[in-house]
Design a protein around this ligand. Structure first.
Ligand code: AMP
Length: 408
């Protein structure tokens, strides 16, 4: 199957060709025809599957058939980085079409607000926005979406996790009832279903293998005590071939600690977290994209918002609390059918979480022996719920410190 089978406008096909897209991905194969038929869609697809093109190509095609292009389409996404990434992709696909899009997100200074307000008033064709900033602009009465034809919610589960349910419902109340609504989500918890039944009309359901890492990712895990992690990281950097690496940690504090550690070791790396100004974040991502910077250390803010080709390795300094975040983190490597390595450090406390990840993806992740220079690590023996409950209910004095068991 090729993109011309969808009978998309030739200017779109030209854009795709110049971007080097040859074959539609599975989500594109399923979603594009349904969206072209003007149906509402609820699609379960994670980042890295080509979902952005899956919704934007048919929407661009339809926009080219209509004269109502101004403020025709609204895309809502959870983070600024994702908004920028979607906007850039639209720019690429729409290059030969004359259709314009603008990114709208918080942060920045008053000038950014004025610029976004002006662009909305002048009527960009597609608006890609984070919910918070969009609500503020709508409440200021500057933007009227009377001719809107398409509403797209991207990474809807993430938006709900971030507490945007009410904001989304509010935004929808500003939109015409006659519209096509497309909801994309990496997972389908009941709250997504509830939102869908509120804002979609008889949607067509599309399911692309739920939360499975791409096949091209070589996943590995090390059972390791916290005190051994630094040595292990050094070992990996020395013994693997890599050109760009993302290192994830669950908290800003750990990210900052790792940043300091790299500085001491004389390795150029940059920390990426929510304390940084928007312009700093953009500078870091640009440097990484241009290959001037080869290591970024970030929290999960980074896991959803970075679209860079050729990331050879993802290292999880710790196990993310939410198993789906693991899939998002490692999905930063092996984008669109290339290969990459994803290595996870699992300390004795994270073993239960790690087991949750294996349960989610449906297969065990290979556990690698620690290199000799690190010494012995903890044994992999995740506690089951039952055992944990037994320990909690046990009568008598509790051990204050749970001592790790060493390998024999
Ligand atoms: P997404 O899931 O939308 O974040 O897309 C993941 C990456 O795959 C992006 O870098 C896209 O540019 C790329 N991509 C999407 N569709 C295709 C395709 N049909 N062929 C090649 N690359 C693609």
């Amino acid at each position: 199957m090729t993109f011309s089978d969808f009978r998309l406008d030739s200017r779109l096909l030209e854009g795709l060709q110049s971007m080097g897209f040859e074959k539609p991905t599975p989500i594109q194969q399923q979603a594009i025809p349904v969206i072209l038929q003007n149906k509402d869609v609820i699609a379960c697809a994670q980042t890295g599957t080509g979902k952005t093109a899956a919704y934007i190509l048919p929407v661009l095609h339809k926009m080219m058939q209509t004269s109502h292009r101004h403020l025709n389409t609204l895309v809502i996404a959870p983070t600024r980085e994702l908004v920028q990434q979607i906007d850039q992709q639209i720019e690429g696909f729409a290059y030969f079409t004359g259709i314009s899009s603008i990114p709208v997100y918080g942060g920045g200074d008053g000038a950014a607000w004025d610029q976004q307000k002006k662009a909305l008033q002048q009527g960009a064709d597609i608006v890609v926005a984070t919910p918070g900033r969009l609500i503020a602009l709508l409440a200021a009465g500057t933007t009227v979406f009377d001719h809107l034809q398409h509403l797209i919610l991207d990474e809807a589960d993430r938006m709900l996790d971030m507490g945007f349910y009410d904001d989304i419902v509010k935004i929808v109340s500003y939109l015409p009832k006659e519209r096509q609504t497309l909801l994309f989500s990496a997972t389908m918890p009941p709250k997504i279903r509830a939102l869908a039944s509120r804002i979609l009309r008889q949607p067509e359901e599309i399911n692309i293998a739920i939360a499975k890492p791409a096949a091209g990712i070589n996943q590995q895990a090390y059972m390791v005590y916290d005190a051994q992690k630094e040595k292990l990281l050094n070992h990996i950097l020395k013994t693997h071939t890599w050109n760009s690496i993302l290192i994830f940690a669950s908290t800003k504090e750990t990210v900052k600690k790792l940043d300091a550690l790299f500085r001491r070791a004389g390795i150029t790396a940059r920390a990426f977290h929510s304390d940084l100004e928007q312009t700093e974040r953009e500078t870091i991502l640009r440097a990484f994209k241009n290959k001037q910077l080869s290591i970024i250390i970030g929290t999960d803010v980074l896991s959803r918002g970075i679209d860079v080709e050729g990331i050879s390795m993802v290292i999880n300094w710790d196990v993310p609390p939410d198993p789906e975040d693991y899939v998002h983190r490692i999905g930063r490597t092996a984008r669109a059918e290339t290969t990459g390595t994803a290595i996870t450090f699992v300390n004795e406390r994270d073993q239960r979480r790690f087991q949750g990840i294996e349960n989610l993806i449906g297969y065990p992740i290979p556990k690698m022996p620690l290199p000799a220079e690190c010494g012995e690590g903890p044994v992999y023996s995740p506690q089951t719920r039952r055992e944990e409950g037994f320990r909690k209910n046990r009568k008598g004095p509790r051990r204050k410190h749970f001592r790790p068991r060493f390998n024999k």
